[in-house]
Design a binder for this molecule. Sequence first.
Ligand SMILES: *Cc1c(COP(=O)(O)O)cnc(C)c1O
Length: 345
Amino acid sequence: MIDLRSDTVTQPTPEMRQAIADAPVGDDVYHDDPSVLALEEMVSELLGKEDAIYMPTGTMSNQVAIRAHTESGDVVLAAASAHVNTNELGAANALAGVTIRELDSTRGTFTAEEVRRAVPEPPAGMPGALFQPVTLLAAENTHNGAGGAIWPIEDLHAVAATAGELGLATHLDGARLWNASAATGIAESEYAHDFDTVSVCFSKGLGAPVGSALVGDRAVIDRARRFKQMYGGGFRQAGMMAAGAAYAITNHRQRLTEDHDNAKRVAAGIADAAGLDVDLETIVTNMVYFRVTEKSAAEFATTCRASGVNLLPTGSNTIRIVFHLGVTVPDATKALEIITAAAAD
Ligand SMILES: *Cc1c(COP(=O)(O)O)cnc(C)c1O
């Protein structure tokens, strides 16, 4: 089965399994696991921040960041389609007690003007106490819901600068920041530069089995450590998993462009196929969202699955496919054949 549902389905390679088997470990709650400490140092350096925390999941990284930056009753600004808004089960609301104010966005990106509009000045005469404080801005790069879209770096700088002027803290959900950097050549630290905290994932395209990290300056990361523990994220001999993440950063980051090439090539084939429709301009990293015009996405997915391709229906006529470590160039070619045949079926 060629599994294109997500880049989270990767299997650890034999070399990664060896690195995991060989990892020295301690106790993450005592913060003396040498493999965790080594990973945290590696990630904080790559992202250009003072400190990092290894986390079990990207969701926990984002939610701990939101909790660390806000007080219950605050407003957090995020794109309506942001993972923190739509894919984290209402955690910001349930756990941090904040309201998410949805920004209008174009493929997950919004403007500094949009940020300004979302933080109105209290009208003269209106008691400031009647205004819910807006304290955090969250952006996402690459943007998952928008098909792996990349923020233009100057737009990211502009919204972060505006958030700063408005007195907001800033968080970047960089679950796939590695893909943005691989595609543009702009360093992860450059994307991270203007944000107080950044989360990154190791278990997506990098192919590690488990984990994420939250980076920022020492004060915010110290505060975040408390909430990691509170949320149940102290994961003891986590060095086993951290070693897989460190291996992935060292060995799999450079190959992400192969996934982007496969995505572009398969998308071009889909654009030419009868019964399928895709906007090629939107394919910039490892994801392809396309439409099935003559049948339902569910029916189409069932046909593909029977022929050996697993893909993800995301709506009544839309399908997502994602390229990753476990999909070779011949796999991508085979997948395209199966997809076009299923559309013609
Ligand atoms: C996958 C993802 C997350 C969450 O990561 P998990 O490890 O699955 O919890 C957060 N943000 C984005 C943009 C993601 O794609």
